[in-house]
Design a protein around this ligand. Structure first.
Ligand SMILES: [Zn+2]
Length: 81
């Protein structure tokens, strides 16, 4: 009886150790690149008012624009600014 209890205890211990080892072997989640989750400020096109992330905005005279055509159109409409 004592032997059986010891056998069960060893079996449970091995089972727990196996679970711990599997958890340790699992690779940690890949670190996210910095800034990937950070919200980007939204800017609006000075010509049409479309909102777009700062990275996609084209800077120009008089503000930022959603594309080169709107920048050209705005600069044509406002030649002095
Ligand atoms: Zn636009």
């Amino acid at each position: 009886m004592k032997f059986l209890l010891l056998l069960i205890a060893v079996f449970v211990l091995l089972w727990l150790l196996r679970g711990l080892l599997q958890r340790a072997r699992r690779p940690p989640p890949a670190p996210k690149p910095p800034g990937a989750e950070a919200p980007q400020p939204m800017l609006s096109c000075a010509h049409c008012g479309l909102h777009l992330p700062r990275d996609e905005a084209l800077p120009g005279r008089g503000g930022v624009f959603c594309d080169a055509a709107h920048r050209a159109a705005f600069e044509r409409a406002h030649p002095d600014s």
